[in-house]
Design a binder for this molecule. Structure first.
Ligand code: URP
Ligand code: ZN
Ligand code: ZN
Length: 460
């Protein structure tokens, strides 16, 4: 069946105009004024609403064995939550342990997602060690359509790589033409500071911040930059939280370095005082890098506006408060890291970014959809509204008013870090490749229709 979206205000990274969008099969086939509805077409009236390209979250964790437990969402629950919130594609981190073979991990993660996701998906392949076998596997995984790697400079002894491994991963990434996403914090410094704080009896969630202050993150970015300069590899700094880390990355970019920066909705709206909440409530706000001093927020908003930060993601990593975050009572180093927000990213960004005048509509689309599509080899299939693009569309109602709550969210999680926060705007209709998947806060689609998006290297 065909789909006609009528009279919406189409907003892309560069254009804004009122028109009808006609979709046949999985793609957009025509954009024009007053397209006559063909017999049998499904019609969505979009007058007074925006029509955005489907949003892309370039950094999520769904299947995640981590810190002695597993993240709570399944691909079914996460993809439904994503779609209700306007995200039609996510890029999940494959995070094997050092003992795992990379190709086995790729197949495991693909098997978890394929046939179980309602939205489209792809992966960043985690390289958590580097040897001959891993190199062979990474080459094969790139051939199978994964055009980005992920490395951790933190999580010493678990996911973190040595400097020799870091060099070899980046050298391979350069050769293969894939971009490497990186978690940048100085792992040794964190380990020492954690020991010192615990020895001093500083065990609560508020001390997580003091084990990884901004200079730990800036040092991590600086370290990565040296290896990126040495290898010429393209790098993407995930979850950048503070001015210090941002200026190291931007300094390298200004000298011609191939570097891009991601920040998260949590860093724009929450700050380190959230992790100081009493009765262990602060544990809900423990993630790495930690929430920062509020002064960093206007720096990050400004960087999103100017393009110094390319993408806004979530680093969705859901751990229940009861039974999971609680594992770190009496020792903050055991609190599973993560502040989930896959469902709420777009509504929060629209409310506190666009409605509050911090960013314009085009930058809103660029940073939450088009730039990720371009950086990770999905554009213009995703991130664009044009004939030939996938019909992933978000008919967005800017007049909606509501509040975020764990009582109504779709994420498989017993709390919401944004509980009670007001939102102004929400998706009215969300389509994935021409089919309606969510409507007015409810999932209404096919839970297993999501496709693995194969990507080509050398797309920069
Ligand atoms: O706190 C975080 N960021 N949790 C998820 C794992 C990671 O570091 O991305
Ligand atoms: Zn990380
Ligand atoms: Zn992450």
């Amino acid at each position: 069946m065909s789909l006609l979206i009528r009279q919406g205000e189409i907003v892309t990274g560069s254009e804004r105009y009122v028109a009808d969008i006609f979709c046949e099969g999985e793609t957009i086939t025509r954009i024009d004024t007053n397209i006559p509805p063909p017999p049998g077409a499904e019609i969505v009236e979009a007058a007074g609403k925006y029509v955005f390209p489907g949003f892309i979250d370039p950094h999520v964790h769904i299947y995640l064995p981590f810190m002695g437990t597993f993240a709570k969402d399944t691909h079914t629950t996460a993809s439904k939550a994503a779609l209700v919130g306007g995200t039609t594609t996510f890029i999940e981190m494959i995070c094997p342990s050092r003992a795992d073979k990379a190709l086995d991990a790729f197949e495991l993660w693909l098997g978890k997602a394929q046939g179980h996701s309602a939205c489209d998906f792809t992966f960043h392949m985690g390289a958590v060690r580097f040897d001959d076998e891993t190199e062979r596997d990474l080459r094969e995984i790139v051939k199978r359509g994964v055009a980005s790697f992920k490395i951790f400079l933190a999580y010493k002894g678990a996911l973190g790589v040595t400097d020799e491994e870091l060099y070899k991963v980046l050298r391979l990434a350069k050769e293969l033409g894939v971009i490497t996403t990186a978690h940048c914090e100085n792992a040794d410094l964190i380990a020492e500071m954690q020991k010192k704080l615990l020895a001093e009896g500083k065990t609560g969630p508020e001390f997580h911040y003091w084990s990884r202050p901004p200079y730990v993150e800036a040092a991590g970015v600086h370290h990565l930059v040296a290896f990126a300069a040495a290898t010429g590899a393209h790098v993407y700094i995930v979850h950048t939280s503070c001015q210090g880390a941002l200026s190291v990355a931007n300094g390298f970019a200004s000298k011609g370095g191939n570097i891009w920066v991601e920040t998260l909705i949590q860093y724009l709206l929450c700050d380190r005082t959230d992790a100081e909440k009493p009765d262990f409530e602060g544990a809900k706000f423990v993630m790495s890098p930690p929430l920062r001093h509020k002064a960093n927020q206007h720096v990050l908003w400004n960087a999103l506006r100017t393009g110094a930060v390319a993408t806004l993601a979530t680093d969705h990593a859901p751990f229940d408060f009861k039974g999971q975050k609680e594992m770190g009572r009496g020792d903050f180093t055991k609190i599973p890291n993560g502040i989930p927000s896959l469902e709420d990213r777009i509504n929060l960004y629209f409310t506190y970014g666009v409605k509050c005048g911090r960013i314009d509509l085009h930058q809103f689309v660029n940073t939450s959809s088009a730039n990720a599509a371009k950086l990770f080899g999905l554009f213009p299939r995703k991130g664009a509204i044009q004939p030939g693009a996938d019909a992933d569309l978000v008919v967005y109602d800017p007049s909606y008013r509501g509040k975020i709550s764990a009582q109504t969210h779709h994420m498989n999680l017993d709390y919401n870090a944004f509980e009670g926060v007001n939102i102004e705007g929400r998706p009215h209709v969300v389509t994935v490749r021409g089919k309606i998947a969510a409507r007015d806060g409810q999932f209404v689609g096919d839970p297993s229709r999501g496709q693995f998006l194969k990507r080509e290297p050398n797309h920069f």
